[in-house]
Design a protein. Structure first.
Length: 66
């Protein structure tokens, strides 16, 4: 079985690298497994009006989901 804490750390490190390499300005990721929230990451800064740090309460338009 996967260690959720290690998984979250690896995902956070990967997303942080994407932001630091200017691939993205901000990223928000939530993963549910069997109906339970297992990952809730919000990284980076919002660009434009109302600038600030991304949080789990930040609203983004949904472009694709699965």
């Amino acid at each position: 079985m996967i260690n959720i804490h290690q998984f979250n750390q690896a995902v956070k490190q990967t997303l942080t690298q994407l932001i630091s390499q200017d691939f993205e300005n901000c990223i928000q990721l939530a993963i549910y497994y069997q109906g339970q929230l297992v990952t809730d990451l919000s990284l980076g800064n919002i660009v434009g009006e109302g600038q600030g740090q991304v949080t789990s309460d930040t609203l983004f338009p949904v472009c694709s989901t699965s």
